[in-house]
Write a protein that binds this ligand. Sequence first.
Ligand SMILES: [Zn+2]
Length: 412
Amino acid sequence: MRYTPTEAKLMSELKQLRVIDAHEHLPPERLRLAEHTDALTFFRQYTRLIMFSAGLDEQTFMRMHDPELSLDERLAIFEKYRDLIRASSPARAAYIALEKFYGEEDVTRENFEAITGKMQALYRPGLYQKVLVEQCGIQVVLQNYPEMDYDDALLRPVPAIGIEGEWGSFPELAEKIIGGKHGFNSLDDYLDERAERLRRLKQRGAVGFKMNTHLYAEPDREAAEEVFRSLRSGERSWARPDVPNPMANYLTDRLLAVAGEVGLPVAVHTGVWGDFRQLDPKELIPHIACHPQVRFDLFHMGIPFVRDMGRIGANFSNVWLNMCWAHTLSPTMAANALDEWIDQVAANKIIAFGGDVRWPVEKVYGHLVLAREVVATVLGRRIDQGLLTWDQGVSLARMWFVDNPGKLYNVL
Ligand SMILES: [Zn+2]
């Protein structure tokens, strides 16, 4: 990308910041090193969504990543979709990282083995230190991953708040409630266990909790008890949960109160996936208003509800606006929205970066470059227009990339 002189100057200034990465899904390094990695891993995450929209099915996608299959077959799948995704921002992040770490512009039949060899040499103990600290300049990563015993203080856990189960599934929660060793006799028993779990997680080093948005309905204990009872008796299945779900709403309300009591912020996934009407950040407004003691960190700019989300940040002092993943979903939307947010939201409320990466850790670098570009574009324009001085622009960037996430999660 070509930069204006002010953007170029800002890009080199932003490189000096020791970033707080406000959201990733990286496994503890020892677990990641036990997994297979090769050159196509660059196209494992997020480029996948664009490939799916182009018509790729899940099974064929898994074949593309199956190291047991012939390289010929795997690369034929990749080549069929590559040109369809090339102009997209997730692909751009992959290509930026590929070039930075391996000096290659693409994955081809000729260079697949050479890139894979270099990757496997990098994927040794010290991987995260080399990629995240030395190349990205990151000082702390806020992590959402089921296993939270990390090997060093670089990764700080933000585990699931536990409304749907550990990894976001209602059936999993239903199973726990209904029976086996996890069986609970009453909604209160279940709620006590969930609350106690949050207190334990804090003692084990959690610096926040994470939940998803749900369609809102007034928390109703009786309705929640009815759901609990019918799940236990088998009259109801949560393979297809009710929307809005009375039990999810009640649990959300109660667990938010516990998060407030233990004093940790709550990160909330908003927007993006599937039927995103159910992930509209506006659904959170009653929870935000009812729990003023809870600090909410709203993720992904609420894409595509970026404008609504800006207004939520402006209206509620207990809300932070987190741009994690948004730069890779659409840097154009992210830049336009950030510009609007500056108009109406206080500088201490915006969090600039999280990569949302699970597999190719080098891609955190690609996502970070996109984030710096978004911020440099918006601040650069305002500086050139005389709306901000250079120092004011740099100071905003420092707050967004470092101070705001650092203070919110108390990790500075
Ligand atoms: Zn995420």
